[in-house]
Design a protein around this ligand. Structure first.
Ligand code: HPA
Length: 237
């Protein structure tokens, strides 16, 4: 039994959704899983649930914020037998043309957090999603009427970033959005040869380090709900 997930391998499905927020994990289980799902972890309030989605086993586990926290949970999920891990999160929009509640499918995640480099001994490595999951997610999101953007994102180590102009430089280098957990997931996926994907709903539109416009709660729910349906279908597909 791992230290932070007080569970046995049989408690988790091979496919796991990984939001940051424990309450979002609960919302996903309540809203999208078939009736009869169960709580499988509550250590430190990091809620995890296992059930089925349209009859196929699925789990959801909250992982906290940042690569350091999320990496603990990703590692322990892999120890418990997860073979497909899909991050469902929010992100700040960097690219022109993004709108609130748009869906971003992250092909790759630039690791702007030193803990990710420590995992690969400082050697160059591009954290990359599993292409079959990317392809399926794009197709499903389009079918559901989402505005979908496919490309690289940044996984930042600092939510409050003091570096002047960093957001603009990331945007100028083609990044669609910034969040804080995908690069760790994709790197662990490569190391352990499991499938990984990160889907994000745009919750802020970033102008610079000090200024971002925030989505309304109602619009966020619409975007997140649509992304969750896509994530559940990709997870069990
Ligand atoms: N920065 C980092 N992570 C985020 C943001 C952001 O602006 N918005 C949502 N997740």
């Amino acid at each position: 039994m791992p230290i932070h997930l007080r569970a046995e391998p049989s408690d988790y499905a091979p496919a796991v959704l990984v939001p940051g927020d424990p309450r979002r994990a609960q919302y996903i289980a309540e809203t999208f899983f078939d009736p009869g799902y169960r709580l499988v972890n509550e250590e430190r309030g990091a809620l995890g649930f296992t059930g089925t989605y349209r009859g196929t086993p699925i789990s959801v586990q909250s992982v906290g914020m940042g690569c350091a926290s999320a990496g603990i949970y990703y590692n322990e999920l892999i120890q418990l037998g997860a073979t497909r891990i899909i991050r469902v999160g929010t992100a700040g929009g960097l690219a022109k043309g993004l709108r609130m509640a748009d869906t971003v499918v992250a092909i790759s995640a630039t690791a702007d957090d030193p803990v990710v480099g420590q995992l690969v001994n400082g050697e160059a490595h591009t954290p990359t999603a599993s292409y079959p999951l990317v392809e399926r997610a794009v197709q499903l999101a389009r079918e559901k009427g989402a505005r979908v953007h496919v490309g690289p994102i940044v996984s930042s180590g600092l939510f409050y970033d003091p570096r002047q102009g960093i957001m603009q430089r990331w945007a100028d280098r083609g990044h669609l959005a910034v969040e804080m957990e995908a690069a760790m997931l994709y790197t662990l996926g490569a190391i352990h040869a499991i499938e990984t994907l990160c889907l994000c709903t745009i919750s802020d539109l970033i102008t610079d380090e000090q200024n971002a416009e925030r989505i309304s709660d109602a619009d966020l729910k619409v975007g997140v709900d649509r992304m969750m349906e896509v994530a559940c279908e990709v997870a069990v597909g």
